[in-house]
Write a protein that binds this ligand. Structure first.
Ligand code: MRU
Length: 353
């Protein structure tokens, strides 16, 4: 099987700048931006120019490596002192996706044994590149592992964008669709539009169409009717943070889909790399949920759709309890229900986090 994949890259390291696909402008405009400062990187993450848990982690890692190049320090210990506030600053860009903190921590660890400032700067760049390289392989493996769950002609529902542009390549929840296309398995995907900022309609529909994958767009309110009328055989979503009991934070609306899936007795799958598990968090109750600007709800793509001063509640994520999750698909295999034990074993075997 060919593993050639030619989908768009969301983030690229260019030595003096970070090249990103501006996801805020899609699908109308395909624009690339050059991030040259830590403030550019912070802004790109906050304003969703780059988004999706793994892509946020990769961009922040490149951002730290880039900003570190300008640090002037007499020795490594002074270098570390000057790096710490930049790491804290980038960490404060978004609170929910754990990949952000995980990637920045990996960079910090990479300079633990550096003996010169130059060595430390080089290590940071190498580690950030390594994170991106590993993410691509992890996503490909997630896709590979997920394929066994589907059969030719299945109609599968997703929400948000857990695709190639949310990761290094392939995506998590969307990875099996790229691999299925290579194998001519003919999976069909129903993408929920994902209000308020429409990652489903703007990004997932665009990305899958670019890849020649069969996608049908629905509004979020059409999910129940579509499950029934179109004989949806599974739901697959990405994740921003997974607690050690399997509770999963993902884009707002995911929890509702999981409840519907249970009502229709449809399997509900989460696809995520090990970098999305938070071993410090025992349950979803302890995952911080980002609340975003009320204007995202009062407007659609800049057009006012609600009274300007109406009260708004705008959580960007929700928590799906592990009891509603039929399986968590990782690069190491599929977890199937005894999540606390399976996650413990997975990390004991993998020696990560
Ligand atoms: O607010 P976003 O667009 O960053 O939210 C993204 C999601 O919820 C994705 O499903 C998740 O990060 C997984 S991306 C592989």
């Amino acid at each position: 099987m060919s593993t050639q994949f030619t989908g768009p890259r969301s983030v690229e390291w260019k030595e003096t700048y970070i090249h990103i696909l501006n996801q805020q402008k899609l699908p109308g405009v395909t624009e690339y931006l050059e991030l040259t400062t830590k403030e550019d990187v912070f802004d790109a993450i906050v304003t969703l120019k780059v988004r999706g848990a793994p892509a946020i982690g990769i961009t922040a890692a490149f951002g730290l490596a880039l900003a570190a190049k300008d640090i002037e320090a007499a020795d490594v210990s002074e270098f570390r002192e000057k790096l710490a506030p930049i790491k804290d600053y980038l960490s404060s860009s978004r609170p929910t996706a754990v990949n952000l903190f995980w990637a920045l921590e990996r960079l910090s660890c990479s300079i633990q044994y550096a003996t010169s400032v130059n060595e430390a700067k080089t290590n940071l760049v190498h580690e950030a590149i390594q994170i991106q390289v590993e993410d691509e392989e992890m996503c490909r493996m997630i896709g590979q592992n997920a394929l066994q769950l589907f059969k030719k002609g299945d109609q599968i529902m997703t929400i948000c964008n857990a695709g190639s542009i949310a990761t290094s390549r392939y995506g998590t929840a969307l990875a099996p669709f790229y691999l299925a296309k290579q194998k001519d398995l003919g999976l069909h995907i129903y993408a929920c539009e994902t209000r308020p900022v429409l990652q489903g309609s703007r990004l997932t529909a665009w990305e899958l169409m670019q890849g020649g994958i069969d996608v049908t767009l629905i509004t979020d309110s059409m999910a129940a009717h579509t499950m029934k009328e179109k004989h949806i055989s599974a739901v697959i979503v990405g994740a921003d943070r997974i607690a050690t009991n399997g509770d999963t934070a993902n884009k707002i609306g995911t929890y509702g889909l999981a409840i519907l899936a249970q009502a229709f007795q449809i399997p509900f799958f989460v696809a995520a790399p090990l970098s999305t598990f938070d071993l410090q968090v025992e349950s979803g109750d302890d995952i911080p949920i980002e609340e975003r600007d009320p204007e995202e709800v009062r407007q659609i793509s800049g057009v006012r759709t609600a009274p300007a001063d109406v009260h708004v509640f705008n959580p960007a994520f929700d928590i799906t309890p592990h009891s509603l999750i039929s399986g968590i698909i990782t690069e190491k295999g599929i977890l199937t229900g005894s999540y606390t034990e399976e996650i413990e074993q997975l990390f004991a075997e993998s020696h990560v986090n």
